[in-house]
Design a protein around this ligand. Structure first.
Ligand SMILES: CC(=O)N[C@H]1[C@@H](OP(=O)(O)OP(=O)(O)OC[C@H]2O[C@@H](n3ccc(=O)[nH]c3=O)[C@H](O)[C@@H]2O)O[C@H](CO)[C@@H](O)[C@@H]1O
Ligand SMILES: C=C(OP(=O)(O)O)C(=O)O
Length: 424
C-alpha cells in the first residue's frame, strides 16, 4: 500500500504557484460537449478527476489529449454516444455534470446516478428539476437517469434552484450549460455565486454563449444556436491555495501562494488575520506569515460563496487544533463532513462534535500517527496536521489526495517540508 509519510515540526517557508482549479476545469470540460471543433484549455491541473472526465468525454465521441504540460486539447466533431458507463460515474461524482451539456447538445442523455459519499448525502434533485424546467422528459430506471428533449432541443424557462443547504453549485452549472443552447431565454433564481461558476460562464461566453448576471443570484441566459471551441485558461484553485496557507500558518511559517485571485478565498484571509497571522495580498498572490506568533482560536461557519468554503473547512479546522482557546466550526453545506476529526483526535487534537458543530480546544502540539484519509479534503487536512505534528505521520487513502491536489509532494518539499510517498 502507498502511504504519504510526513515528518512534522518544520516551519514552511517559500512560494508555490496554485494549480488550475479542479472544480472549475471539471465544469468547463463538461461544457466542451456544447462547443463545436477544437477547444484548448490551459492551466489544467493534472489530476485523477481530470483523467476520469477525459475518459467520459472520449466515451461520448470527443477526442482529448494533453498537448503540453497542463494544456488539454479537446476535439468535438459530434457526440456519437449519449450514455455514460456506470464505472466512470462511480469513480467520480462530478461526472454526473455531463448530463446538462449532453442533453442540450444531442437531445438526450443516459447517466447512472452517482453513489453516496463520505461527506454526506448528495442528491441530484435540483439538477433534474433544472432539466425538467427546460422541457426535458426525465425518467429514472435501474439507478440511471434518462433525459430527452422534446423535438431534440431544450426550451428556455424560469426556474428557482435551491436546497435546504442553500444554493447548489452543480445544479446551477447544469442549468447554465443546458440553457446555453436552449431555444429562448432562461432565468435562474437563487443561482450559486461561486468563482468556479463565473469561470464556467466566462468560458461559455467566449465560446459564443449569451449569459448575464453570473456572480449574482439571478442569471439570465439567451440561448444561441451553436457554440464554437476556444482557447481558455482556467482560474487558480482557491481550495488548494487555502490548504497551503493553512499549512504555512499551522507550522508557524511564512508561505506565499501565487497564480490565485485572493478575493476568491473569501473569508479565509480575514480569519487567518483574526487568529494573529500576518496577511499580505499583492496582485495574484497572497502571503500568510505566522513566524514566531501565538495563534488564537476563532469561529467558522461554512456557507455557499461568498461564505467560508466547505471544501476548506477540514484544513481550517485542523489549523485551529493548535490555536489557543476554544474554536467553533459549524458545517452547513454537507451533513457528514467531520469524519476526519477522528483521525485528528488520534494525533492528540481535542475535538468534540455536537450536531453540525465541531468544538475545538486548542492543544500545545499534535503527535504523529498512522491515519486514514476518507475523502479528498480529509487528505489535505491530514497533511496539514502531519506537518505540524511531532514525529512522523503516515497517511493512507492517497487515491483521494490525487483527485484534487496536483504534485503535493513536490510543492510541500519546495516549502521545506519533509514529505514522501512510501510503500508499506
Ligand atoms: C465538482 C464540484 O464542483 N464540487 C463542488 C460542488 O459540489 P456540488 O455541486 O455537488 O455541491 P452543491 O452546491 O450542489 O451541494 C450543496 C448541498 O446541496 C445538496 N444538494 C445539491 C444538489 C441537489 O440537487 N440537491 C441537494 O440537496 C448537496 O447534497 C449539498 O448538501 O460544490 C460544493 C459546495 O461548494 C463543493 O464542496 C464541491 O467541491
Ligand atoms: C467535495 C469535493 O469534490 P467533489 O464534489 O468532486 O466530490 C471537493 O473538491 O472537496
Amino acid at each position: 500500500m502507498e502511504l504519504l509519510r510526513v515528518k512534522g515540526g518544520q516551519p514552511l517557508h517559500g512560494e508555490i504557484q496554485a494549480s488550475g482549479s479542479k472544480n472549475s476545469v471539471l465544469a468547463i470540460m463538461c461544457a466542451v460537449l456544447l462547443c463545436d471543433g477544437e477547444t484548448i484549455l490551459e492551466n489544467v491541473p493534472e489530476l485523477s478527476d481530470v483523467n476520469t472526465l477525459m475518459q467520459i468525454l472520449e466515451e461520448t465521441g470527443l477526442k482529448c489529449e494533453w498537448i503540453a504540460r497542463n494544456t488539454l486539447r479537446i476535439q468535438n466533431d459530434g457526440i456519437t454516444n449519449s450514455e455514460v458507463s456506470e464505472d466512470l460515474v462511480r469513480k467520480m461524482r462530478a461526472s454526473f455534470s455531463v448530463l446538462g451539456p449532453l442533453l442540450a447538445k444531442s437531445g438526450k442523455a443516459m447517466i447512472p446516478l452517482p453513489g453516496g459519499c463520505v461527506i454526506g448525502a448528495r442528491p441530484v434533485d435540483q439538477h433534474l428539476k433544472a432539466m425538467r424546467a427546460l422541457g426535458a422528459n426525465v425518467t429514472m430506471t435501474d439507478g440511471a437517469v434518462t433525459a430527452e428533449a422534446e423535438n431534440g432541443r431544450l426550451k428556455g424557462s424560469a426556474m428557482f434552484l435551491g436546497t435546504r443547504y442553500g444554493a447548489t453549485v452543480g445544479g446551477t452549472n447544469a442549468a447554465i450549460s443546458a440553457a446555453a443552447l436552449a431555444e429562448g431565454t432562461t432565468m435562474i433564481y437563487n443561482a450559486a455565486r461561486e468563482p468556479e461558476i463565473v469561470d464556467l460562464v466566462m468560458f461559455l461566453n467566449k465560446a459564443g454563449a449569451r449569459i448575464r448576471g453570473v456572480g449574482t443570484d439571478i442569471i439570465t441566459i439567451e440561448g444561441v444556436e451553436s457554440l464554437k471551441g476556444v482557447r481558455y485558461s482556467v482560474m487558480g484553485d482557491r481550495i488548494e491555495s487555502g490548504t497551503y496557507l493553512c499549512a504555512g500558518a499551522i507550522t508557524r511559517g511564512k508561505v506565499t501562494v501565487s497564480n490565485i485571485a485572493p478575493q476568491t478565498l473569501a473569508g479565509l484571509p480575514s480569519l487567518l488575520f483574526d487568529m494573529g497571522c500576518g496577511i499580505t495580498m499583492e496582485g495574484d498572490s497572497i502571503t500568510v506569515d505566522a513566524t514566531n506568533r501565538e495563534l488564537r482560536a476563532t469561529n467558522v461557519i461554512t456557507f455557499a460563496y461568498p461564505g467560508f468554503a466547505t471544501d476548506l473547512q477540514p484544513a481550517m479546522l485542523t489549523l485551529l487544533t493548535t490555536a489557543k482557546g476554544i474554536s467553533y466550526v459549524k458545517e452547513t453545506v454537507f451533513d457528514a463532513r467531520f469524519g476526519f476529526t477522528q483521525e485528528l483526535t488520534r494525533m492528540g487534537a481535542d475535538i468534540k462534535i455536537s450536531g453540525d458543530t465541531a468544538i475545538i480546544n486548542g492543544v500545545e502540539s499534535l503527535t504523529g500517527a498512522r491515519v486514514l484519509a476518507s475523502d479528498l479534503r480529509a487528505a489535505g487536512a491530514l497533511i496539514v496536521a502531519g506537518l505540524a505534528a511531532n514525529g512522523s505521520t503516515n497517511i493512507e487513502g492517497l487515491q483521494y489526495l490525487d483527485r484534487g491536489y496536483e504534485n503535493p509532494v513536490e510543492k510541500f518539499k519546495s516549502l521545506g517540508a519533509e514529505i514522501e510517498r512510501v510503500q508499506s
